[in-house]
Design a protein around this ligand. Sequence first.
Ligand SMILES: Nc1ncnc2c1ncn2[C@@H]1O[C@H](COP(=O)(O)O)[C@@H](O)[C@H]1OP(=O)(O)O
Ligand SMILES: [Mg+2]
Ligand SMILES: [Mg+2]
Ligand SMILES: [Mg+2]
Length: 311
Amino acid sequence: MSTSVPLIVRLLSSSVSVANRAGKIVRDVMSKGELGIIEKGKDDYQTEADRSAQRCIIASLSAQYPKLNIIGEEDNPDNEGDVPSDWIVLESDKDVLSLECPVALKSVKEEDIVVWVDPLDGTSEYTQGFLEHVTVLIGISVNEKPVAGVIHQPYYKNLVGSEKKMGRTIWGLQEVGVGGYTPAPPPDSLVITTTRSHSNPVVEQALSVMNASQILRVGGAGYKVLQLLEGKASVYVFASSGCKKWDTCAPEAVLNAAGGKLTDILGNFYKYGASVSHPNKTGVLAAVNDELHSYALSRIPQELKEALSNK
Ligand SMILES: Nc1ncnc2c1ncn2[C@@H]1O[C@H](COP(=O)(O)O)[C@@H](O)[C@H]1OP(=O)(O)O
Ligand SMILES: [Mg+2]
Ligand SMILES: [Mg+2]
Ligand SMILES: [Mg+2]
């Protein structure tokens, strides 16, 4: 690997490769059938796939970039110890490696970067068999802003020639763009995507004021942003706490690179520095463009915004 390639581009290309490996781990745990489910809290689960995929990602990135600050969802995976050697991925995606680095990111150093890792987004859906909703998320932030990210979908069915290939990896880089999927414009009418496993009365109130023609209820922050990118939904609304920085960093970076916008329900951006608190207390509001984002924001009643910000 050439070291003349700027760090951000190298790190993004490494993240694409390691996300592919983590996705294979996610599939392998499911095929074996021993999910090893642990209940971390109410409606909050962890499986062997979450633990193993995180170990693979963190071991692989820290082996190559030792000064990175990497924050993963699963603290203290209970099976610490040596990471199997075939989980350490040192390759990097050649296409991403050849991207032109934006001028503003050319001199970024490892110490300036915080990487947010959600080894398996959509754990509830994974345990319930909604496998298409599952993603692996690696978000790269600089100066508290998400600048690059990877959304890997392990159960996406690809046809390469006549051969079926599992999984796809979508990446985004600030000012450069996105890759790994076929972009599509938003639907003609307002289609909202939201949670299927973490709803409550406030979440429902925020949906009811949107005047949507259709509401899609799916798992995972990564999958919902994929629905925006692929023109299956116009806006992602989640008026509740529950998502954390690792849920939104990669999706926000990819969405930004595609011209979209992700904020909280009040319209404020989240920050992704190393010392921020992890919960996204004031929810998620995302859209493929500014116009749809402004529309959705304008529909949220003031009392709902206040109720969320005072929690
Ligand atoms: N109440 C909650 N408890 C734990 N995780 C949550 C909660 N709400 C949201 N999340 C995380 O945010 C993601 C998006 O939320 P939702 O699927 O409900 O729209 C979930 O897949 C889950 O990520 P993860 O599966 O990585 O723990
Ligand atoms: Mg979780
Ligand atoms: Mg998640
Ligand atoms: Mg997770």
